[in-house]
Design a binder for this molecule. Structure first.
Ligand code: AMP
Ligand code: GLY
Length: 422
C-alpha cells in the first residue's frame, strides 16, 4: 500500500513510525515531512495547507490511504477533497473539523447537548463584550473563536486585562479573522487531562490518557507553547473519571455531531479539566495532539493502520484497540527562546535508539548529509517503561544523548504526575 501523511512535526513522525509496523505498507509519503521524518518516509515539499497540490500529488501517485494530521488542512477540507478522488482517509471532513475550527460552534454544541463545560457567552461586538465583562468575577477566560496556533486564550485577572484582550482580538485583530468573534468563559480549576479517541461516528474508543506540559518553563511558568512534554497515562484520569467521561462527554459528543449532520470520523482530542464538580471539556481538537501522540502511540499494541482503516470504513467496533499496561514520557528538546524568537540551523546527530526508546523529530532539515535544527520544537525524546517513574527517568536519559547547540528542555516533565501517584 502507498500511504500519504499530511503534516511535518513530531506527531507525524510518531504516526509514520507506527504505520510502518504494518507489513502491507510499501511506501509512505510525508507532505511536507521534515529532515528527520525523511529517515522513515519520502518527504515531498508540499505545504500541509496547499489542498490543491496535495490532491494533485495523491492522484498522480495512486495513493491507497491518506492520514491528514494537522488542524489547518482538516478545517480547510483536505479529507473532503481526497475522498472525492475515492481515496480513503483518516481524519474528519471539514463539517466535523469545525469542532476545533470554531470555539463558538463547539461551545454551542456542548450547551445544546448538555455536555459538561465552562459556562460561556459568545460576542461579535466588542462593546457588548466589554459591557458583559464589567459584571464578571475574575479571573475570567477570553477566547478567540478560530484557530490561533494555541495562543487565542487569555486568562484575564481583572476587568482591565479583559478589556485589553477584547481590544487586541476584536479591534486590532492580532489573530486575524479568528478573533472576529470571541467567547467569554467561566474560569475553571483542576488538573488537566488529554484524551485522544478513535471515533467513526458509531463507536468511540478512547486511547490511553496523557498529561501535557504547555508552559515553556519549569513549574508551569513562562509562555504557553505547543507542548514541552507529555506523560501517559495521566494519574488524574482514574477509572471512575474515565467512566464518567465516557458516559457524559465522549459518547454524547459523538451523538451530538451525528445529530447535527456532522459525523466525526478520525481522532477526536478531548482537552479535559477534572474540576471539583467533575470532568469538564476545556476544548476539542479534531486531530491527534502534539506531543500527546508521541507518548500514546508507542503504548499502542494494536496495528495503527488496521485501526485507521476501520475508522474510515466505519467498522471501528470490529477491531481490537489494545494499549500496553506500561507508561511513556516525552521530553521535548526545543530551541532556546521558543515560543518567541530563537536561533536554529545547528547541526545535530541522532544517537541510535534501543527498544522502548524513540526520537521523534519535530523541527529539522537536511542539507546534504547533515541534519540541522529548524524549528522551535526540535526533537521529542521518548521512552516507554513498565511504570511512570521509570519512563520519566529513561526519557531524560534518551534526551541527554541528543546534542545540538542552543538546546533547551524543561527539567520537570512528569514531576506533577509522579507526585499525584503518591
Ligand atoms: P485551550 O486553547 O482552549 O486549550 O486553552 C489553553 C489553556 O488555557 C488550557 O489548557 C487551560 O490551561 C486554560 N484554559 C482554557 N479555558 C479555561 C477555563 N475555562 N478555565 C480555566 N482555564 C482554562
Ligand atoms: N498538545 C496540545 C495540542 O496538540 O493541541
Amino acid at each position: 500500500m502507498k500511504i500519504l501523511v499530511v503534516g511535518g512535526g513530531g506527531r507525524e513522525h510518531a504516526i509514520i513510525q507506527k504505520l510502518k509496523e504494518n507489513k502491507s505498507v510499501e511506501k509512505i509519503f510525508a507532505l511536507p515531512g521534515n529532515g528527520g521524518i525523511a529517515a522513515d518516509a519520502e518527504c515531498v515539499a508540499i505545504g500541509a495547507k496547499d489542498i490543491p497540490a496535495i490532491v494533485e500529488f495523491a492522484k498522480a501517485n495512486a495513493i491507497d490511504f491518506a492520514v491528514v494530521a494537522p488542524d489547518d488542512p482538516l478545517v480547510l477540507g483536505c479529507v473532503d477533497a481526497l475522498e472525492e478522488l475515492g481515496i480513503p482517509c483518516f481524519g474528519p471532513r471539514a463539517n466535523a473539523a469545525i469542532i476545533e475550527g470554531s470555539k463558538v460552534f463547539s461551545k454551542a454544541l456542548m450547551h445544546k447537548y448538555g455536555i459538561p463545560t465552562a459556562a460561556s457567552e459568545a460576542f461579535d461586538d466588542p462593546d457588548a463584550a466589554i459591557a458583559y465583562l464589567e459584571k464578571q468575577d475574575y479571573p475570567t477566560v477570553i477566547k478567540a473563536d478560530g484557530l490561533a496556533l494555541g495562543k487565542g486564550v487569555v486568562i484575564a485577572q481583572s476587568f482591565d486585562e479583559a478589556k485589553a484582550a477584547v481590544k487586541e482580538m476584536m479591534c486590532d485583530k492580532v489573530f486575524g479573522e479568528s478573533g472576529s468573534r470571541i467567547l467569554v468563559e467561566e474560569f475553571m480549576t483542576g488538573p488537566e487531562v488529554s484524551v485522544l479517541a478513535f471515533m467513526d461516528g458509531k463507536t468511540v474508543v478512547p486511547m490511553v490518557s496523557a498529561m501535557d506540559h504547555k508552559r515553556a518553563k519549569d513549574n508551569d511558568e513562562g509562555l504557553n507553547t505547543g507542548g514541552m512534554g507529555t506523560v501517559a497515562p495521566n494519574p488524574y484520569y482514574t477509572e471512575a473519571v474515565a467512566k464518567e467521561c465516557m458516559e457524559k462527554i465522549f459518547v454524547p459528543t459523538m451523538n451530538a455531531m451525528n445529530a447535527e449532520g456532522r459525523p466525526f470520523k478520525g481522532c477526536l482530542f478531548f482537552g479535559l479539566m477534572i474540576t471539583p464538580k467533575g470532568p469538564r471539556v476545556i476544548e476539542y481538537n479534531c486531530r491527534f495532539g502534539d506531543p500527546e501522540t508521541q507518548v500514546v502511540l508507542p503504548l499502542l499494541e494494536s496495528d495503527l493502520l488496521t485501526v485507521m482503516q476501520a475508522v474510515a470504513d466505519e467498522r471501528l467496533a470490529e477491531v481490537e484497540v489494545k494499549f500496553s499496561a506500561g507508561a511513556a514520557c516525552c521530553v521535548v528538546l526545543a530551541s532556546d527562546g521558543y515560543p518567541k524568537k530563537y536561533a536554529s540551523g545547528f547541526e545535530m546527530t541522532l544517537p541510535e535508539t534501543a527498544d522502548g526508546e524513540y526520537l521523534f523529530v519535530a523541527g529539522a532539515k537536511r542539507e546534504g548529509d547533515k541534519l540541522l535544527t529548524a524549528g522551535g520544537r526540535v526533537i521529542g525524546a521518548v521512552a516507554t517503561a513498565a511504570d511512570l517513574p521509570a519512563a520519566v527517568a529513561h526519557a531524560y536519559e534518551v534526551a541527554a544523548k541528543v546534542k545540538f547547540e542552543n538546546a533547551y528542555c524543561r527539567k520537570d516533565i512528569g514531576k506533577r504526575a509522579l507526585a499525584a501517584l503518591k
